[in-house]
Design a binder for this molecule. Sequence first.
Ligand code: ADE
Length: 261
Amino acid sequence: MRIDVLTIFPQMFDVPFSFGIFKRAIDQNLVSINVHNIRDYTHDRHHTVDDYPYGGGSGMVFKPEPIFEAVESVKTQVDREPGAAEPPIILLTPQGRLFHQQIAVELSKHRHLIFICGHYEGIDERVVEHLVTDEISIGDYVLTGGELPALVVIDAVIRLLPGVLGSEHSAQEDSYTNGLLEYPQYTRPADFQGWSVPEVLLSGDHAQIARWRREQVIRRTLERRPDLIKKTKLGREEEQLVEKFTASDKTKSSSSKEPEE
Ligand code: ADE
C-alpha cells in the first residue's frame, strides 16, 4: 500500500513511523508512507497556506490552491494501472464520518490512500466539494489539527495489511474485529502483590480456558459496551451467555434493592 499525507507539520510524522510495527512494515516494503509539506505547493514569498474567511469571523481558512496542487502532484508520482480505481482522498475533520474498525478494514483494501490534515478554523469548502472523497472524524472532540487523527487512522489501517502483524499477533482476534471486546489477559507472575491470576488459566485445560474467555468477552462487553452486543451477530452459545449474565444481573439488582416500606 502507498500512503501520502499532506500536512503543514511533516515532522509530526517522523517519530511514529520510526518504531516497531510501522518501521518494520516500511522496511519490508509492505507500505510506503510519503509525507508532503503543503507549504511546498505555494508560490508566494511567505509560503502562505491560509487566509481570512470571506464574510468575516475568527480564525483562518486553508486556501484551496496549494492543496489541489499537492494532490495533483502526488497523483502524478504514482503509476496507476489503466482502469485502476482512483485513490480515496481523505480529509481528517471533526465533521467527517465517525471512524471505526469497519472503516479501517474498508480502507485497508485500497492500494493507495491520500490524507489531508486540516488546521485553523477549517478548509475552503471547494476542497471538500471538488477534491476530497471521504471525510473522517476520530471522535466527538476537537483537536488542533488533522495530524494525530491521520496517525490514528493510518495505524489502524496498516496493522490490517497482510504480513504486517507477525504470526504472534492476529488482527483476527482484535476487539471490534468480531464486534465485541477482548477477554482479560495475564502473564507471570501467577501471584502479584496478592492478586492472583484466575485459576482456570493455570489449569492447562484448553477447552475450559476457551470457555472462560468466551464468557469474559460477553460479560465485559455487556458491562462496558452493551451497544456492541446489540449491533453484533452472536452465535448460539454467545446468545445463551448474554441471557445468563443479564438474568444474573437482574437477580443481583433486585436482591440489592432496599425493601419497600
Ligand atoms: N481535526 C480536529 N479534530 C478532529 C477530529 N476529532 N477528528 C478528525 N480530525 C480532526
